[in-house]
Design a protein around this ligand. Structure first.
Ligand SMILES: [Fe+2]
Length: 470
């Protein structure tokens, strides 16, 4: 079961040139691959002897030809040759005559026995430019499929039709559009207001100070109040100016890979519909209450925004195993993270901040019996709270239908960021991704080409079904 399947949110927005129609056409025509944006060559240089200075002579040749090396690995071979071989990636088109001349010079260096260009490596598909997020359409639930017989809105045809209408925005949205505004009904606004008032009381007691500092600004600039459901377009504008993060509408639950990949571009996918009015304090899936009251405020915090992007960058072209590890780290931070403030613990995870029961469970000194029963943990007096360690969190299992038995508590937002950075650096990546904020694209340090995009949503939805049916 994906970390992101129970609670997650996501979004995006940026104003660009021209009309939506012409922008869509541009999006479809530009589909260059990684090595086309910035051509790189991958070569293996073999040496005859392991001796002092052999690498220096090779590096001198790079400098002499004014060629920038982007990646270097040395490999010792125990057979055929006694010297090391160097795997190098450098800027330059492998087909260009100057590249051929450079390799010829490398070959002539004393001690170099072979120098050959290698094929560009194929890596799992990943979004290379922020516009590639337009290809992320498949969700685990299609936005409405999870409305099963246990859902408060299961028998409400009007509610189902309303959700389908709102979901249309996400299915037709493309990068560059302003996120369409929704004229929420009085009934929807009353549902929001009930949640807003109850959560506001809980936030005052148990939300971290970073969260509480942002909320007044969101009331002032984004229309947060108990009588108004704020619009994604306004929140996205505010976040963009605060931390460079932005929101993008989505129709439902994304696969962990697709969801995390978007964070690399400082984009957060968010639903726009609201839970059923029959029970304002319960929702089986993310809705605007979870996204806007739980997630959105902290994306204005630079440390939080930075470590969210760090997780996203590490997820690009990552193995399925590393996606699972990163999803666990995400779960125990962005969804259920705690921060220490003096002798208290405060919430910064959206799964906590959007649920009055889980906030009490995670942060109260002595959670009430009512709270424990509500979270299906009546036999536990309180959760186990341990210092945040992403290496441990990455391997920690978690339930999705009960309150969390274990929380990780960071010393500060900066501490969480530093530890997450160390964890992400420890993963073996097919290349090191660098985010270029000017072009909103990813630069790879190696010569790579992307495999054909294949959605992982179907596979993850099957895992989710298996989990619930087990
Ligand atoms: Fe969430």
């Amino acid at each position: 079961m994906s970390v992101l399947s129970r609670v997650s949110a996501r979004f995006g927005r940026t104003r660009l040139l021209g009309s939506t129609r012409s922008f869509v056409a541009t999006t479809k025509t530009i589909q260059r691959d990684a090595n086309e944006w910035e051509p790189k060559t991958f070569a293996i240089i073999e040496t005859s002897k392991d001796e002092v200075g052999s690498l220096r002579k090779i590096l001198d040749a790079f400098e002499g030809h004014n060629i920038n090396m982007t990646h270097l690995e040395s490999r010792m071979k125990s057979f055929a040759r006694s010297g090391p071989s160097f795997h190098v990636d450098f800027l330059g088109d492998p087909e260009a005559p100057e590249t051929a001349r450079f390799l010829k010079d490398l070959q002539s260096i004393s001690g170099v026995v072979q120098c050959k260009i290698q094929p560009t490596r194929e890596v799992p598909w990943f979004p290379l430019n922020i516009r590639d997020l337009d290809l992320t359409r498949e969700t685990l639930d299609g936005g409405t499929d999870l409305i099963n017989k246990d859902h408060p809105g299961f028998h409400d045809q009007e509610y189902k039709a309303r959700r389908s209408k709102i979901v249309e925005i996400a299915t037709t949205y493309t990068h560059g559009m302003e996120i369409p505004r929704i004229d929420y009904t009085d009934e929807e606004t009353r549902t929001w207001g009930a949640v807003y008032d109850r959560l506001s009381e809980c936030h005052a007691k148990w939300a971290c100070s970073e969260f509480l500092q942002v909320v007044p600004q969101m009331e002032k600039y984004c229309g947060y109040s108990n009588s108004n459901i704020p619009q994604l377009a306004d929140i996205s504008d505010f976040l963009l100016q605060s931390s460079g993060f932005q929101l993008r509408p989505i129709s439902g639950l994304l696969s962990a890979r697709d969801f995390l990949n978007a964070l690399a571009f400082r984009v957060f996918f968010s639903t726009q519909y609201i839970r059923h009015h029959g029970n304002p304090f319960y929702t089986p899936e993310p809705d605007v209450c979870h996204e806007l009251l739980g997630h959105a405020p902290l994306f204005a915090n630079m440390d939080f925004a930075d470590f969210s992007q760090e997780i996203g960058l590490a997820s690009l072209a990552a193995s399925d195993e590393d996606i699972d590890r990163l999803a666990s780290v995400y779960w125990f931070t962005v969804e259920f993270g705690l921060l220490r403030e003096g002798d208290k613990v405060k919430a910064f995870g959206a799964g906590l901040l959007s649920s009055f029961g889980e906030l009490e469970w995670g942060c109260a000194q002595e959670p009430t019996q009512e709270c424990r029963e509500m979270g299906s943990v009546p036999d536990l007096n309180k959760p186990k709270i341990i210092p945040f360690d992403p290496f441990v969190a990455a391997q920690t299992k978690f339930p999705i239908t009960t309150y969390q038995p274990t929380f990780f508590c960071a010393e500060s937002m900066g501490d969480a960021k530093q530890n997450i950075r160390l964890f992400c650096d420890s993963l073996s990546r097919p290349f090191h991704p660098q985010y270029d904020s000017l072009t909103q694209s990813i630069r790879a340090t190696k010569a790579v080409r992307r495999a054909t995009r294949s959605s992982t949503a179907a596979a993850q939805a099957a895992k989710q079904s298996a989990y619930f049916e087990a």
